[in-house]
Design a protein around this ligand. Structure first.
Ligand code: SF4
Length: 372
C-alpha cells in the first residue's frame, strides 16, 4: 500500500498534474485505502471545490467516501452584521470599496449592489492597495475598504494598514482565520468529520504546523493539498491511508508551495496590524479566536472605531436556504429544494450561490450532480 502511494507520489519528473492515466491509478489506490465504513472528508477552500467539481473527482471516489466544502468560501461566511455595517456606511456617504464577489451577497435588507442601485457609492476593487488609490484620488471623501477573506488575503490588508495610508482611508475588517473554524466544526455534535483536506493557499501563509493543535486535540487527520486534480487525489490518498492506519496527523501534500512554518514575513505583518478576536461566521455563529480586528495602534484606520457604526444580528438565512447546513458540511447543494430552481447565480437566494467559490455556485456551474 505504501509502495503504491510512493510510486504515485508527486515528483516533478514523472508527475503530470492532470494526467488521466495517473488519475485512474489514484482512483484504484483510493479504493484500496478506503475504510469499510462511511467517511466524511471536509475541505475548507473554494478553489478545492472548483478543482473537485470541475474535474469530476467525486466520481473517482470509492463508495462511502464523501468530500464536502464546509466554510471555505470567504464571501459566504461573512456575517450579515459586518455586511449591514458596510451597506450603512455606503448609504451614509463613504466610498465603499470591496471585492466583486461581495457585491451581490444578500444582507439583512440590502446587498451592496442594491445599495449602489439606490445611489450609494460602492466600488469593486481587486486589492486593499486599489482602495488606497481610490482614497488618494478622492481626498475630500472618506473611503472604506470592506476587507473579507482568510489568512491568504489578510496580509495584503495588513501591508496597506502598516504603510501609512491617507487619513481619509479606513478598513472594515471581516477577515477570518481557518484553524479555529476547523475546531468549531469538530465541536458540532451532529456533524461527524473524519478528516480535513486543508487549504493550500491559506497554508502557504500559516504553514502546515498550524493545524497540529486541531489534529492532536480532535484526533483528526489534516492533510494540506494543492489545487491540481492529482494534487487533490494525492492528498485524499494520504487521508485515507491515515484513516486506515488509525493515525491522526498533519501531512503536507503540497510541499512545492507550503512549508511547515509558513510565510513568517506575512505572519509578522498580520500580528503587527491585527489582534485576534472572536468573529461571527454567517450561518455558523460566533467562533472564538477566529477573527482579525485592527490593533489599537492603527485605530485611525479602523472604520469600526472611526465611524462608530455597529451592526445588529438579523436574519442570516432566507426561508428554505440550506447555506447554514452546507457551510458546516451537514448538507450539499442538491439537498436544498431551491437549488437550480428558485436559486441560481442570476437570482441567488443565499450567499453560497453568490460567491464564485460558494458550493452552490460551483455545483451549479458544473452540472449540479452530487457525484460529479
Ligand atoms: S441553493 Fe441557494 S437557497 Fe439553496 S442553499 Fe444554496 S444558496 Fe441557499
Amino acid at each position: 500500500m505504501s509502495s503504491s502511494l510512493a510510486k504515485l507520489r508527486m515528483s516533478p519528473d514523472l508527475f503530470s498534474f492532470r494526467d488521466p492515466k495517473r488519475a485512474k491509478e489514484f482512483a484504484q489506490l483510493l479504493s484500496r485505502l478506503a475504510p469499510a465504513r462511511p467517511v466524511k472528508i471536509v475541505h475548507v477552500c473554494g478553489t478545492h471545490e472548483i478543482t473537485i467539481t470541475e474535474h469530476g473527482l467525486r466520481s473517482l471516489l470509492p463508495e462511502g467516501v464523501e468530500v464536502l466544502e464546509g466554510p471555505g468560501c470567504p464571501v459566504c461566511v461573512t456575517s450579515t452584521v459586518d455586511l449591514d455595517v458596510a451597506v450603512k456606511l455606503a448609504q451614509e456617504g463613504v466610498i465603499l470599496c470591496t471585492f466583486g464577489d461581495m457585491m451581490r451577497v444578500p444582507g439583512t435588507e440590502l446587498s451592496l449592489e442594491e445599495a449602489r442601485a439606490q445611489g450609494a457609492d460602492v466600488r469593486m476593487v481587486l486589492s486593499a492597495a486599489d482602495a488606497v488609490e481610490v482614497a488618494r484620488t478622492n481626498p475630500t471623501r472618506e473611503v472604506v475598504f470592506f476587507a473579507v477573506g482568510f489568512e491568504t488575503t489578510a496580509p495584503g490588508t495588513a501591508a496597506v494598514l502598516l504603510d501609512s495610508p491617507p487619513p481619509n482611508f479606513s478598513v472594515l475588517s471581516s477577515h477570518k482565520l481557518i484553524p479555529p473554524a476547523l475546531s468549531a466544526l469538530m465541536q458540532l455534535p451532529d456533524v461527524k468529520i473524519d478528516a480535513f483536506l486543508a487549504p493550500g493557499h491559506v497554508s502557504t501563509i500559516i504553514g502546515s504546523d498550524a493545524y497540529r493543535p486541531v489534529a492532536e486535540r480532535y484526533h483528526v487527520p489534516v492533510v494540506v493539498g494543492g489545487f491540481e486534480p492529482l494534487d487533490v487525489l494525492y492528498a485524499l490518498a494520504l487521508i485515507l491511508r491515515q484513516l486506515k492506519e488509525g493515525r491522526a496527523e498533519v501531512e503536507n501534500a503540497y510541499k512545492r508551495a507550503v512549508r511547515p512554518e509558513g510565510n513568517t514575513r506575512a505572519q509578522e505583518l498580520l500580528s503587527q496590524a491585527f489582534e485576534v478576536s472572536a468573529a461571527r461566521w454567517r450561518g455558523i455563529g460566533t467562533i472564538p479566536g477566529s477573527g482579525l480586528r485592527i490593533c489599537e495602534g492603527l485605530a485611525p484606520w479602523d472604520a469600526t472605531r472611526k465611524f462608530g457604526v455597529e451592526g445588529k444580528l438579523g436574519e442570516e438565512t432566507a426561508p428554505g436556504c440550506r447555506c447554514a447546513d452546507i457551510l458546516v458540511a451537514r448538507a450539499v447543494p442538491t439537498d436544498c429544494p431551491l437549488f437550480g430552481k428558485i436559486c441560481t447565480p442570476l437570482s441567488p437566494v443565499g450567499p453560497c450561490m453568490v460567491g464564485s467559490e460558494g458550493a452552490c455556485s460551483v455545483w451549479y456551474r458544473y452540472g449540479g450532480r452530487p457525484r460529479l
